[in-house]
Design a protein around this ligand. Structure first.
Ligand SMILES: Nc1ncnc2c1ncn2[C@@H]1O[C@H](COP(=O)(O)OP(=O)(O)OP(=O)(O)O)[C@@H](O)[C@H]1O
Ligand SMILES: [Mg+2]
Length: 261
């Protein structure tokens, strides 16, 4: 029997979702209702993800996928429920506190690099919130050592980077804060296929070798579910189906609705 929970019977319950994470739950959302202004977008949402695990959110436009990332990071109004990191309640922390004290990084995209600053300066911006500037230099240096594509252009303005390199810079800028959780909204958007592959390889490396916990939203459901350990299908602010990524790829309902087949 595969660990898959479907709306056809009933929506997955918190215990079902918990089983999909390992025993070492790192980030936990319980019974969360959140939205913008007075408008509630997410309804009684639960989510469990372990250290070094990846979770992909898929679902139709407007389902609330980005709103989940926004809620974790602190960009929404939270009406009820709780967000915890290693059992500590972080629901009402500010984004800066979440980044600095709890290692939660939200990866900005859509050309969020500063085009006229050099690659290195862009990386250093990722550490602007650090108390000690030299730590930012150390971490930026580690990133440059790791990624040759960025190292070769460290002193050039970021505007010379290709689309894929720019995405790499956006991801690695977040790494300067040494986060434990990466929130990534549509990493593949606007990229050519060869760069999409590159971005997923980078995320895979960060998960496996640097033990980052990754929560991503992906419009390309096939790519996202191939990548992620677990997937949640979000519909109208609620989790309709949840399962291991590979099981969801083989789920006929998911296939019909989201995988174009
Ligand atoms: N800043 C905001 N202020 C008010 N409403 C918002 C805001 N951002 C999103 N919404 C609304 O919240 C709902 C969920 O949006 P969200 O961006 O989370 O969807 P999504 O699942 O990420 O969709 P997409 O696949 O199109 O990115 C939508 O109805 C949207 O109009
Ligand atoms: Mg979105």
């Amino acid at each position: 029997m595969s660990d898959q929970y479907s709306v056809l019977g009933k929506a997955p319950q918190a215990e079902d979702l918990k089983k999909l994470s390992s025993s070492n739950v790192h980030l936990k959302i319980s019974n969360l209702s959140a939205g913008y202004g007075k408008m509630e977008i997410l309804h009684n949402l639960d989510l469990y993800v372990s250290k070094a695990q990846s979770l992909c959110l898929i679902g139709p436009n407007g389902a609330g996928k980005s709103t989940i990332l926004h809620s974790i990071y602190g960009f929404t109004n939270i009406f009820k429920g709780k967000i915890e990191i290693d059992g500590k309640d972080i629901t009402n922390q500010t984004p800066a506190e979440k980044l600095k004290n709890y290692g939660i990084a939200y990866i900005l995209q859509d050309n969020s690099v500063f085009p006229d600053m050099t690659v290195e300066e862009n990386l250093l911006m990722g550490g602007y919130i650090k108390d000690k500037t030299e730590e930012s230099y150390e971490e930026a240096e580690k990133v440059l050592q790791k990624y040759e594509r960025l190292r070769n252009r460290r002193n050039q303005p970021a505007k010379v980077l290709s689309g894929g390199e720019r995405r790499l810079l956006e991801i690695s800028r977040a790494l300067v804060m040494k986060p434990s959780v990466l929130l990534v909204d549509e990493p593949s958007i606007g990229l050519e296929p060869r760069y999409i592959q590159m971005v997923f390889e980078i995320l895979r490396d960060l998960q496996q070798n640097e033990k980052k916990t990754i929560i991503l939203v992906e419009q390309n459901a096939k790519k996202g579910l191939e990548f992620a350990d677990i997937g949640y299908v979000l519909v109208s602010g609620e989790t309709a189906i949840a399962g291991k990524g590979e099981d969801l790829l083989n789920n006929p309902d998911v296939g019909r609705l989201f995988l174009g087949g």
